[in-house]
Design a protein around this ligand. Structure first.
Ligand code: FUL
Length: 744
């Protein structure tokens, strides 16, 4: 049985191969599937779906920046509500040169600014609203953040993009707001003339749209014509709320963008897509040729981007259209998208950012890293340090090709994406011989995707070691770029073999690199009794941190030190020899190898939960018992019934504590019970409850990560109740993976 299966798989590969070569299919960005197309014909078509020149140039940016800035920077919220007084945006200084300098040093090529986030507050001098920078105290209401950023971008040679949120809470909440106001669709001229504020750009459009779409188009017109070339327009799919069945006239938006910013790619529609999470996770196989059920040019339904598999052959067989739509891996350098504070908001280490860089850029995607400026209008020092270090590592590692001057096909050694070796059934391998032995632990491979699409489905790298070929690394697709990571080897002969492909693949570049490995990143796990383990961090998402099976070797000679008093650990701190009891508070740990210090890991633990008792919970669904909300296991979660009038869980903490905050961990695998708003209640007897403090968390569905709420005043309690008052996304049940209480 097994043998037959293998044989038929091979035949299928070759048939597709033959078809793709002989069929003379035109290279296109979108190819329709006919009902009569066989599986092989579909794969042949897939291997002719190519990026547009704009998409290709966006891919070549590789590492780009996001800037989330606005009222949330001052309210410390993830999502605003649209009712903020513009004066809340109390900015006294703005240092866009400092942002650009740091981004440039990190090796980033473009920056995207949230010119309007969901709260509707605009960061530029719009003619069409007063809800923005013009009503703040910043430069007496005359400041313009987009303008200053655009000038700094020119100075530092960075491209500029804009994030303009379609969801607009100000326009929903304001009495005269335009969002969902049920206005008529009529012919509107864009831009609408405003007395005393003429446009230099004389282009005019006429669209059949309603009030909110007109407003949105007018704003797009301003930001696309008055701030220099715009290279990306980012449409967020997230909606804290909607109103009045508001629809978006995307085709009008697109027409305007294509006319005014012909080089811009559009995120959230057909050009670029979300990678499916906001945590920096990447897929082992990220395809950019994707199946669509409608023509992506007009589509209103997009594939579920959180799926594990978006573009395998099996997925493509279901398609009505095949379309090139590249992934952008977006995450924040800090916990949350907006700046909150310097000491309680964790910042990713350079190890972590560099690792995401290698997995995303080296995994057929673009890395979009958010750096939120602080309330002084600057990137905080710690963020700048991380950006500098990441830039240095990228440069040290990828700035030098160890195959330079090597023998082999010059088309793959010239670092040119448009010269290539076209492999075929006779030639499936490319051999490279260096003049002297080289020590490498990274190989970069690229396909000529513009000329031949992404075709490799499986490949391996071998090295000549001990007088024979030995497999060093193996991976699936390549596409724009694949970075293979493996334990270092020293040799002078390398061989790349394509084991399977959708059609003859065009290998455009192969380069070799060396990354000097650093002491490992650390992670903590604590059980219900408070027993805490500190260990090197493994990556949940497929790629091991230092290549296949390399961890054991690389972690040799590692010593781990930790502190529990908030001080920075060094070699004279507590030496970690095995699990330690941690009652509560902040633990910091560091790995040291031969005097070299790794990144500091830190975690603030709540009080130990082993003696907590459940007093009451509104209900529990089968096998999702209330005890799972405090069993020190983030995988299990409590789920209440959806038809309860109220959702709450009451606990006896066994002792009275001076509580300073709490952590809500939502279940990452179940997005329908996220606690967006709630109230903390306390009691003297575990029966009568009084409100102590309300809380609110934004953006839980896209980013289901633990959220900390610090209490405004210390709350002394033995009996405590958490009551949800709003579940995200209009859902009805409450789900809690873990509750933790922080105490003095
Ligand atoms: C999400 C938004 O809701 C977040 O606030 C953030 O802007 C992120 C990039 O996209 O969907």
């Amino acid at each position: 049985m097994k043998r037959i299966l293998i044989t038929s798989a091979i035949i299928a590969t070759f048939t597709a191969h033959a078809l793709a070569q002989s069929n003379n299919i035109k290279l296109q960005n979108t190819i329709a599937i006919e009902p009569t197309d066989s599986k092989a014909a579909i794969i042949a078509k897939a291997s002719h779906v190519v990026p547009t020149p704009n998409q290709l140039s966006a891919l070549k940016n590789e590492f780009i920046a996001f800037i989330h800035f606005g009222p949330n920077t001052f309210t410390r919220m993830e999502w605003g509500n649209g009712k903020e007084d513009p004066k809340i945006f109390d900015l006294k200084e703005l240092h866009t040169d400092q942002w650009c300098q740091a981004m440039k040093t990190a090796g980033m090529k473009m920056v995207l600014l949230t010119v309007k986030h969901h709260d509707g507050f605009v960061l530029w001098q719009s003619r069409y609203t007063k809800h923005g920078i013009m009503s703040s105290g910043f430069e007496d209401g005359r400041g313009d953040i987009l303008k200053e950023l655009s000038a700094s971008c020119k100075k530092y040679g960075l491209k500029l993009g804009i994030y303009l949120s379609p969801a607009d809470l100000f326009q929903m909440e304001d009495a005269a707001g335009l969002y969902g106001n049920l206005s008529k669709t009529t012919t509107r001229t864009i831009p609408r003339a405003v007395a005393g504020r003429p446009f230099a750009n004389q282009t005019k459009f006429q669209f059949e749209v309603d009030d909110y779409n007109e407003y949105f188009l007018n704003q797009l017109f301003e930001v696309l014509t008055e701030y220099g070339p715009i290279d990306e327009v980012w449409f967020d799919g997230a909606h804290p709320k909607t109103k009045g069945g508001q629809q978006y006239n995307y085709l009008a938006w697109k027409k305007l963008i294509h006319t005014l910013a012909p080089k811009a790619v559009i995120f959230g529609r057909e050009d670029i897509r979300w990678c499916g999470n906001e945590a920096g996770a990447t897929r082992n196989t990220e395809w950019n040729v994707l199946p669509f059920s409608e023509n992506p040019d007009m589509a209103t339904h997009f594939p579920d981007l959180t799926d594990k598999d978006l573009g395998s052959d099996e997925q493509l067989y279901k398609a009505k259209f095949l379309h090139y739509q590249q992934a952008e891996t977006n995450t924040s350098i800090r916990e949350g998208w907006f700046y909150r504070d310097d000491d309680k908001q964790k910042v990713r280490s350079a190890d972590d950012v560099f690792d995401i860089y290698e997995r995303s850029v080296g995994g057929n995607s673009t890395f979009l890293l958010n750096i939120p400026p602080n309330r002084n209008g600057k990137f905080s020092d710690e963020d700048v340090k991380v950006l500098n270090e990441v830039g240095k590592r990228i440069n040290d590692t990828y700035g030098k090709d160890l195959f330079a001057g090597a023998k082999g096909a010059k088309q793959v050694l010239d670092n040119n994406l448009h010269t290539y070796v076209l492999l075929n059934n006779q030639q499936k391998s490319i051999e490279i011989t260096t003049l002297k032995p080289v020590t490498v632990n990274r190989i970069v491979i690229q396909e000529d995707i513009a000329g031949f699409s992404e075709r490799v489905t499986q490949h391996q790298l071998e090295a000549w070691i001990g007088n024979k070929w030995q497999k060093i690394a193996e991976a699936t697709n390549v596409g724009y770029k694949r970075i293979l990571r493996f334990p270092e080897i020293t040799t002078s002969k390398f061989r790349l073999t394509v084991l399977s492909s959708r059609a003859n693949p065009a290998i455009a570049t192969i380069s070799a690199h060396y990354y000097r490995t650093h002491p490992p990143q650390l992670q903590f796990t604590r059980d219900a009794n408070g027993l805490t383990t500190i260990s090197p961090k493994m990556h949940e998402f497929g790629w091991k941190p230092h290549g296949e099976n390399a961890t054991a070797n690389l972690n040799k000679g590692v010593a781990i030190y930790y502190t529990t008093n908030g001080s920075v650990p060094n070699a004279s701190a507590n030496k970690y020899t095995g699990p330690v009891q941690i009652a509560k508070g902040e633990v910091k740990a560091i790995a040291i190898i031969k005097n070299e210090k790794g990144a500091i890991a830190s975690e603030t633990f709540g009080i130990v939960k082993k003696d907590w008792k459940l007093l009451a919970a509104d209900s529990e669904m089968n096998r999702r018992t209330a005890g799972m909300a405090f069993d020190a296991n983030k995988q299990s979660y409590w789920l209440s019934a959806s038809n309860d009038a109220e959702h709450k869980i009451a606990l006896d903490l066994d002792n009275s504590y001076n509580l300073t905050g709490f952590i809500y961990t939502p279940p990452a695998q179940f997005l329908d019970g996220m606690m967006e708003k709630g109230v903390i209640q306390i009691s003297n007897d575990g029966q009568t409850w009084t409100d102590a403090e309300t809380f609110e968390f934004g953006n839980l569905i896209n980013d289901p990560t633990p959220r900390t709420h610090y209490f405004k005043k210390v709350i002394s309690a033995k009996y405590i109740q958490v009551k949800a008052t709003l579940i995200a996304g209009g859902k009805k049940a409450l789900a809690i993976a873990e509750l933790d209480f922080l105490a003095k």
